[in-house]
Ligand binder design. Structure first.
Ligand SMILES: C[S@@+](CC[C@H](N)C(=O)[O-])C[C@H]1O[C@@H](n2cnc3c(N)ncnc32)[C@H](O)[C@@H]1O
Length: 232
């Protein structure tokens, strides 16, 4: 998978994408992440990316031109057919479809994602209408920029790519799979501050353990996220 990010804060991505699983996924060639500076695509000698809103009002709006030029440049430089067949241009936006595990899974099937990070008061509406395929939000709150949402989106997608997680079974039972939360997990020691690990987990009886986990997953979901069980 190829992921291109358009941002005015390219340095902000390094601490996240160059650590841990995302770092390994890039090293092993499962994903290539390119961070593109929107300012490199301005026609203005001061590399200005924003301007005052038409009609007045507070703050600045990000201009359409550098974003259109950046996407055009990326498309021209990524002629490989594998990338053109399954490609999506996404604007991170509080007005978009909310990111869910299901959406992350769907996006993990794409070959090329172009993620645009807005800032200030947001982006010129023509970017939304004529450049992007989808707007994605990471929740009903407003952040200062699209960089954190883009990192969240990248992380949620890359861990789902085949071979990225050490044991792919861990994806089968984790939260939101089959609209359930994951069962409780314990590790050593078996007794901590007098609190014991459930006895069944120490029996070595895989059938019993599987039954207990299924029950606990349902119980956790009912207690914490009963909405997930609707129509189930
Ligand atoms: C301050 S916000 C703009 C909010 C805009 N004025 C509005 O009311 O819809 C600046 C940028 O941050 C990003 N952003 C903020 N909150 C977000 C969220 N919940 N999900 C995704 N992106 C978000 C978007 O890229 C947005 O263009």
């Amino acid at each position: 998978m190829l992921i291109d990010v358009l941002t005015i804060f390219p340095k902000s991505f390094s601490p996240v994408i160059n650590e841990s699983i995302l770092k390994r996924a890039q090293k092993s060639g499962k994903v290539k992440i390119r961070i593109n500076d929107i300012r490199d695509f301005t026609l203005d000698k001061h590399r200005k990316v924003d301007d005052r809103p038409f009609g007045g009002g507070p703050g600045m709006v990000m201009c359409a031109q550098p974003m259109f030029s950046a996407v055009q440049h990326i498309l021209r430089s990524t002629k490989h057919k594998a990338h053109s067949t399954k490609r999506k241009v996404i604007l991170l936006s509080p007005q978009g479809q909310t990111l869910t595990q299901k959406l992350a899974k769907k996006l993990s099937g794409y070959k090329h994602l172009i993620l645009i990070c807005g800032h200030y008061e947001g982006v010129d509406e023509r970017v939304k209408r004529y450049l992007v395929d989808d707007e994605i939000s990471i929740g009903d709150y407003v952040l200062t920029g699209g960089e954190l949402p883009a990192m969240v989106l990248i992380d949620s997608i890359v861990r789902l790519l085949p071979g990225v997680l050490g044991r792919s079974e861990s994806l089968n039972e984790e939260s939101f799979k089959n609209r359930l939360l994951e069962y409780p997990q314990y590790t050593r020691p078996a007794v901590f501050k007098g609190k014991k690990v459930p006895q069944v987990l120490l029996t070595g009886n895989h059938k019993l353990i599987a039954q207990w986990r299924k029950f606990k997953a349902l119980e956790q979901t009912k207690l914490k996220r009963a909405d997930l069980l609707k129509n189930k």
